[in-house]
Ligand binder design. Structure first.
Ligand SMILES: Cc1cc2nc3c(=O)[nH]c(=O)nc-3n(C[C@H](O)[C@H](O)[C@H](O)COP(=O)(O)O)c2cc1C
Length: 167
């Protein structure tokens, strides 16, 4: 599959998870377009923004919110390809901000895309073999479901206000 991995990371935790996800996808011989939304836009994926699977990663900002860089990227993505049918969301957060807000960005983004693919939430950074195995297992599950569900890209109208829905 052609897979787009886009992530936002302030202090590196989410980047660490993104790297492990990428490594697993490439081990399985998928082609990965890699976007760091803090410094890159969708054009970094090359001339064709369409992919078979979109994997979005975010840290969570104050009050369980999605960081602005990821919101901006999602607006760009939806403008370019509509709401894709296969979106997998992962992220890092900290339970000390309250259970209600823990990894809120992951839940908001997944809800916005109404995705059937599983989400992945990691507390702070990936620690040791256990988290590495968890990330690999999640990636394998996403690849299996997305691979089986591959179908012609569903186009949806662009009238929804993406930035508002995930803020
Ligand atoms: C200003 C600020 C607000 C945060 N608010 C939340 C929050 O509401 N929920 C949460 O789970 N984590 C929250 N966090 C924790 C970060 O999401 C967490 O440390 C994350 O792993 C950082 O990822 P990064 O290293 O990729 O930037 C907050 C962190 C900062 C700096």
């Amino acid at each position: 599959m052609r897979i787009l991995i886009a992530y936002t990371s302030l202090s590196g935790n989410t980047r660490d998870v993104a790297r492990l996800v990428r490594a697993r996808c490439e081990e399985r011989l998928h082609h990965v377009s890699w976007i760091e939304t803090d410094i890159q836009g969708l054009d970094a994926a090359g001339p064709d923004p369409h992919h078979d699977l979109y994997v979005l990663g975010a840290w969570t900002d104050n009050g369980g919110r999605t960081p602005p860089e990821m919101k901006r990227f999602i607006v760009q993505l939806v403008e370019a390809v509509g709401k894709p049918p296969r979106v997998a969301v992962f992220g890092t957060g900290e339970t000390q901000w309250g259970e209600e807000y823990y990894c809120g960005a992951v839940r908001r983004i997944a809800a916005f895309f109404d995705t059937r693919l599983p989400t992945l939430e990691i507390e702070q950074m990936p620690h040791g073999d256990r988290d590495t195995r968890t990330i690999r297992r999640w990636t394998d599950e996403v690849l299996a479901i997305a691979g089986a569900a591959r179908a012609p890209t569903r186009r949806t109208p662009h009238h929804e206000d993406a930035a508002r829905a995930i803020s």
